[in-house]
Design a protein around this ligand. Structure first.
Ligand code: 48F
Length: 260
């Protein structure tokens, strides 16, 4: 083996990371949250040629998908979502009519792998702690290291610009909460506020989710569990067709709006 220099390893990592970070100070779409809906949205946007980055608070991407249902690492996908599993080449096994089981580890890792290979840029270990609002439109997100947030350090964040932002933060709807609190205008929900998720009801939750994928404030879109929580629909538990389909659908909506 050729001789290795530790400092060159450091230089390579620092240079490449800083180049990426600088490049993504301006982009088409910023996604908050790396669960299945956010990653799927990122895949479809990247595949369509958009410059898109996803910011995930945790070390790992995948949100609530790794652990299946109650740590049994299988998830269920219904007939409509199977098309997306097939597109990603993720194996699924028929259980009975309309129910497929999927290995949650294969599913999560493959979504992540195919999305990054399609061009989605993922920044993990970063939290979106605020948004940029200009002329009553969301124009970007405000980022800080998750470790700064966890340690409670008083360190100012940095801002990046995007034409659209997706709240894919799941149950807590974190970006929508920031906008609800800081903007003077109502959100585009039936009450003008975040309604909050209902208790678990897979059938209703999955049947409502595509209707809930929407632009809730100019420039801010919701997908995945965040879409149901913002609009007051139930949670669905470990069935994931709606997560995949809502990720695809929010990408489609944004593409239509950005093309206008
Ligand atoms: O919760 P999560 O997996 O969201 P999802 O894509 O999928 C929901 C399902 O996992 C499951 C369900 C459906 O069957 O009910 O719960 O809607 O992933 C959300 C990700 O967002 C990250 C968080 O760490 C998680 O990985 N996140 C949350 N807030 C922030 C954030 C933030 N402010 N900045 C960055 N990442």
């Amino acid at each position: 083996m050729k001789e290795l220099n530790d400092v060159i390893v450091s230089k390579a990592i620092i240079k490449e990371y800083m180049d990426d970070l600088l490049d993504y100070t301006e982009m088409d779409v910023a996604i908050g949250g790396g669960g299945p809906s956010g990653v799927t949205a990122g895949y479809y946007l990247a595949k369509a040629g958009y410059k898109v980055a996803l910011f995930e608070r945790k070390l790992s991407i995948g949100g609530g998908m790794w652990g299946g249902g109650m740590m049994f690492n299988k998830v269920v996908v219904q007939e409509e979502g199977k098309r997306i599993l097939d597109e990603f080449n993720i194996k699924s096994k028929p259980f009975q009519d309309n129910y497929y089981t999927v290995d949650s580890i294969e599913c999560t890792s493959t979504l992540c792998s195919k999305a990054t290979q399609a061009g989605l840029k993922i920044f993990n270990l970063m939290s979106i702690e605020d948004v940029m609002i200009r002329k009553d439109k969301i124009n970007g997100v405000v980022l800080n290291w998750s470790s700064v947030e966890m340690a409670g350090l008083h360190i100012d964040p940095l801002t990046v610009e995007s034409k659209a932002v997706i709240d894919a933060t799941g149950h807590p709807t974190e970006i929508a909460k920031i906008v609800e609190k800081k903007s003077q205008k109502n959100l585009n929900t039936t009450t003008g506020k975040i309604i909050g998720e209902g208790s678990m009801w897979a059938d209703r939750a999955e049947n409502k989710i595509l209707e809930n994928v929407s632009e809730i404030y100019p420039g801010l879109y919701v997908t995945g569990m965040a879409a149901n929580a913002v609009h007051g629909s139930p949670r669905m538990g470990p069935i994931f067709g709606g997560m995949l389909l809502s990720g695809e659908y929010v990408a489609k909506k944004i593409i239509q709006n950005l093309e206008k």
